[in-house]
Design a binder for this molecule. Structure first.
Ligand code: BGC
Length: 738
C-alpha cells in the first residue's frame, strides 16, 4: 500500500502519462522505483477468462456459470451473489484483481448479439442482479467493472455506431442500471463503450463521463476504455477517461504534446493518475489479504455445484401439456439433437470461458436411466440431411417419450454478430414437426442467448424448456428438471414476442450507416408490448412450475413502502414462485408505460405451505424521469400496485393514492394554446370565466378553432369574431398577454 498523494508528487510527467494506458493487454504499468505494482484485469463476467501464457487465443480453465441473461432468469439475487462470490474466489486463485463485467446494457432488440451478456430488458431487474453480482464479487476482494457505458445495444458497427437517445430513455432505461449499481454496490470500475451517444464518442463524452458519472452519481472509481475504444487520446483524458486499454500505449507523445500546448491541464492528468493509482492500491491491498484468507475460498467442486444450482434455477418451463414432463424413467426416452451431447452453454466473444467441467444433457440423462435412444438430428452447424431426419424420426417412433435439443447455432449470435432473425434454424423447426408426427410425447429444450420466436413450433411441442445459455452445469441442470428432481422456477428476464415485427425497434435496429435512433424511447420490451396491448408468445416474468401457487391477502403500507402478499403452494410438490410487483400510474403528466417492475421476491414453498412475502419498494418505485426538471420525480395521484407471477398474470391489484410534493407540470404560458390553459386547473379558471363572458364557450361555432390558438394570438384573432378594442385590451390584461 502506498500513499497516492505522495507518489503523485514523485512521478515524472512521462511516468504519469504512461500510467494512463495499459502496459499490455491486461495489466497496468508498474513504477518500480516508487514501489507501484501493476493491476491485473481479465474478461468475465459469468466466469474468468484468463489468457493462457504463451498460447494465443487460449484461456485458463475456469468455472463457466450461466451467462448473465440466464442468471437473471433465476430472479434470485442471493444465488447470483453466491455465484459472483465463487467467481471472485476463482479470480483470486488466478491472481486477477479486476473482472471486466458484469454488463448492464439494455435489450432494445432481441436480435442484439450480446444480449446474453446483459441481464434483462427491464432496467430494475438488471440492476438488482448486477448489484448482487458486484457485491458478491467484491466481497472477495476482486473489483467489478460495469460495462459498456452506455448506449451499446447492438453489434452491427459496434465500434463506430452513434446511438441517438433522447434524454428520458437515456436516464430511465439505459443509465438506470449503472446509476443504481454505482449507488448500491460501488463497483471499482466502469468501462466506457466504443460507440458514440448523440454524436460524441463515449470515451470522450463530457456529459456522460463527468457530468453524470462523477458529478451526479458521485462515482469515485476507475473509468477505463473498452479495448481500443479511445478515438481522441487528449480529449478522452480531458473529458473524464482515466485509463486507456489495452496497452502498450502508442500515444503517450500525443498526451505530452497536449500538456505542453495546454489542450489538457497537469491538474487533470493528476486526477486521472490518482484514479489509476487508487485502483492499483486497492487491488494490491486486497492481494495481501488474499494470501491470509485463501482458506475461506470455496473449492472447484463446490464452484461447479453452484454453477449447476444457478443453471437449474435459471431454466424456464414455457409450456407443459399432455403431461409431457417430468419424464418417466421407466419408459424409453429418445434424446435427439447434437446440443444434447455438445451443448450450447455460453456465447462467443470476449466473455467465453474455457469451461472446467462441462456437463451435457446426454450423459446426465444416461446417468439416470438406461433405456435411452439417441439420434443427432442435425449437424453442429444447424444443417440436417434426410438421413439425419430419418434416423431421428425412427428413434422417436420407437421411444415412449422424446426430448429434442435445439436452439440458435453458435455463429448466429455473439460478440460482433447480431442475429438475423428470432427463428430456429429451419431444419430444426421441420424436424420438430416430423418428430411430433412420430411421437406426441415431445419435449423441446431450447438454447439461445435471447428471445426466440416459437409460434411455429408451439403446436408441435407439448412441452418447452428454455435453457438460455446455462453454463457448464447446464446439462446436469436440464436432466434434473426433465426428470422432476428439481421443480423449475426460472422466469423470463425478457419477453418472447409473437413475432419479431412486433418489437418496437423492428424498423430502427440496427440503424443506418452511422446512426441508430432509439425512437421507441422508454417503450422497451414489455413496457412496449403491455402498453400496446399486443399479444406475446411468452411474457416477461413468465415461467411454469410442476406445482401451482395462489396469491392472497395483499397489502401496502405507504409509510414504509412495503408490499405484502401471501403465497400458497397449492400443488403436491415443493416449488418456488417469483412474486413480481408492477406499478401502474393511472394519470401522469407525461406518458408512462402501462406498468413497470419495481420489486420482486422468490419464495420457496413445500406442498401446501404458505408464506407471507414482503417486498420493500424503494425511492424509484413511483418516479420517472421528467426532462424539464432534469431528474427523476414522483407525482401525486392514483397508482395500481399489481402483484403477479408475470407481467401478464396479475393476481392482486391494490389501488393507492400516492402523495408527493413535486409539481411535474410546466405552467402554461402565453405561447401555449387555449386548450392547454383549459386543461390545467391552475390556468383553466381564468380562460373559462373569460370565454363564458364572451360567449365563446363550447356551443360557439368557432370554439374548436379558438381552442387551438396560442393564447398570445387571441388579441389578433378576436376582432375577426367582431370583438372591439376594449374587449381585446381586457383579454390582454386578464391573460397577461404582453
Ligand atoms: C469487449 C469488452 C471486453 C474487451 C476485452 C471488447 O471488445 O467489448 O466487453 O471486456 O473487449 O476483451
Amino acid at each position: 500500500m502506498f500513499d497516492v498523494g505522495d507518489v503523485l508528487k514523485d512521478l515524472t510527467r512521462q511516468e504519469k502519462v504512461r500510467l494512463l494506458c495499459g502496459k499490455d493487454e491486461w495489466q497496468t504499468h508498474e513504477v518500480e522505483r516508487l514501489g507501484i505494482p501493476s493491476m491485473r484485469m481479465t474478461d468475465g463476467a459469468h466466469g474468468v477468462r484468463l489468457a493462457k501464457d504463451g498460447t494465443p487465443g487460449a484461456s485458463v480453465e475456469a468455472t463457466a456459470f450461466p451467462v448473465e441473461a440466464t442468471m437473471a432468469s433465476t430472479w434470485n439475487p442471493k444465488l447470483v451473489q453466491a455465484a459472483a462470490q465463487a467467481i471472485g474466489d476463482e479470480c483470486r486463485s488466478l491472481r486477477v484483481h479486476l473482472l471486466l463485467g458484469p454488463g448492464v446494457n439494455g435489450k432494445r432488440s432481441p436480435l442484439a448479439g450480446r444480449n446474453f451478456e446483459y441481464f434483462s430488458e427491464d432496467p430494475f431487474l438488471a440492476s438488482e442482479m448486477a448489484v448482487a453480482f458486484v457485491k458478491g464479487l467484491q466481497s472477495r476482494g476482486v473489483g467489478a467493472c460495469l460495462k459498456h457505458y452506455v448506449g451499446n445495444e447492438q453489434e452491427t458497427r459496434r465500434l463506430v455506431v452513434n446511438s441517438v437517445i433522447s434524454e428520458r430513455p437515456l436516464h430511465e432505461i439505459y443509465l438506470f442500471p449503472f446509476a443504481r449499481v454505482i449507488k448500491k454496490a460501488k463497483p471499482w470500475a466502469v468501462m466506457a463503450a466504443y460507440n458514440s451517444v448523440n454524436g460524441t464518442t463515449c470515451t470522450n463524452h463530457t456529459f456522460l463521463l463527468t457530468s453524470i458519472l462523477r458529478e451526479r452519481l458521485g462515482f469515485k472509481g476507475l473509468v477505463l476504455s473498452d479495448w481500443g475504444a479511445v478515438k481522441h487520446k487528449v480529449a478522452a483524458h480531458r473529458e473524464g477517461l482515466d485509463l486507456e486499454m489495452p496497452g502498450p500505449g502508442r500515444r503517450d507523445a500525443e498526451l505530452l504534446k497536449g500538456l505542453e500546448s495546454g489542450a489538457i491541464q497537469e491538474k487533470t492528468i493528476d486526477e486521472r493518475v490518482s484514479r489509476v493509482l487508487e485502483a492499483v492500491n486497492a487491488a494490491n491491498t486486497v492481494k495481501e489479504s488474499w494470501e491470509q484468507s485463501s482458506a475461506e475460498a470455496i473449492d472447484s467442486k463446490a464452484r461447479h455445484d453452484l454453477a449447476v444450482a444457478v443453471a437449474q434455477e435459471g431454466l424456464v418451463l414455457l409450456k407443459n401439456s399432455k403431461r409431457a414432463l417430468p419424464l418417466d424413467k421407466q419408459k424409453t426416452t429418445a434424446l435427439i439433437g447434437q446440443f444434447a451431447g455438445s451443448p450450447r452453454y455460453q456465447g462467443t466473444g470476449s466473455s467465453r470461458v474455457a469451461a472446467k467441467n462441462l456437463t451435457n444433457a446426454y450423459d446426465s440423462c444416461r446417468a439416470r436411466q438406461k433405456n435411452i435412444l439417441w439420434a443427432a438430428g442435425y449437424a453442429m452447424s444447424g444443417k440436417s440431411t434426410d438421413s439425419f431426419v430419418e434416423e431421428a424420426v425412427q428413434a422417436a417412433a420407437k421411444a415412449d417419450q422424446v426430448v429434442f435439443f435445439t436452439g440458435t447455432t453458435e455463429d448466429a449470435e455473439g460478440e460482433g454478430v447480431d442475429r438475423a432473425s428470432l427463428l430456429l434454424p429451419p431444419t430444426h423447426s421441420k424436424l420438430i414437426e416430423a418428430l411430433y408426427r412420430a411421437n406426441q410425447k415431445l419435449v423441446v429444450v431450447l438454447y439461445s442467448g435471447s428471445a426466440l420466436e416459437t409460434r411455429a413450433i408451439d403446436p408441435h411441442a407439448p412441452a418447452i424448456l428454455y435453457a438460455g445459455l446455462p453454463g457448464e452445469g447446464g446439462g446436469e441442470a436440464v436432466a434434473r428438471v426433465l426428470y422432476g428432481e428439481v421443480n423449475p422456477s426460472g422466469k423470463l428476464s425478457e419477453t418472447f414476442p409473437e413475432r419479431l415485427e412486433h418489437n418496437p425497434t423492428y424498423e430502427t435496429f440496427p440503424g443506418g450507416r452511422s446512426d441508430t435512433k432509439y425512437t421507441e424511447g422508454i417503450f422497451v420490451g414489455y413496457r412496449y408490448y403491455d402498453t400496446k396491448k399486443l399479444p406475446v408468445q411468452y411474457p416477461f416474468g413468465f415461467g411454469l412450475s410442476y406445482t401451482s401457487f395462489k396469491f392472497s391477502s395483499s397489502d401496502y403500507e405507504s409509510t414504509t413502502r412495503v408490499v405484502t402478499v401471501t403465497v400458497t403452494n397449492t400443488g403436491a410438490v415443493a416449488g418456488a414462485e417469483v412474486v413480481q410487483v408492477y406499478i401502474h400510474d393511472e394519470k401522469s403528466t407525461y406518458r408512462r408505460p402501462e406498468q413497470e417492475l419495481k420489486g420482486f421476491a422468490k419464495v420457496f414453498l413445500g406442498p401446501g405451505e404458505k408464506k407471507k412475502v414482503s417486498i420493500q419498494l424503494d425511492e424509484t418505485a413511483f418516479s420517472y424521469f421528467v426532462t424539464h426538471l432534469g431528474r427523476f420525480a414522483e407525482e401525486s395521484g392514483r397508482f395500481e400496485i399489481r402483484i403477479g407471477s408475470s407481467s401478464r398474470e396479475i393476481h392482486e391489484i391494490l389501488c393507492i393514492c400516492h402523495e408527493s410534493d413535486t409539481e411535474c407540470r410546466v405552467l402554461p404560458t402565453v405561447d401555449d394554446t387555449v386548450h392547454d390553459w383549459s386543461g390545467d386547473e391552475r390556468t383553466a379558471g381564468v380562460v373559462e370565466e373569460l370565454f363564458d363572458e364572451l360567449e365563446l364557450g363550447k356551443g360557439h361555432p368557432m370554439w374548436g378553432i379558438v381552442q387551438g390558438l396560442p393564447v398570445k394570438s387571441l388579441p389578433a384573432f378576436l376582432p375577426s369574431l367582431g370583438f372591439d378594442d376594449v374587449v381585446v385590451e381586457e383579454v390582454k390584461s386578464r391573460l397577461n398577454i404582453p
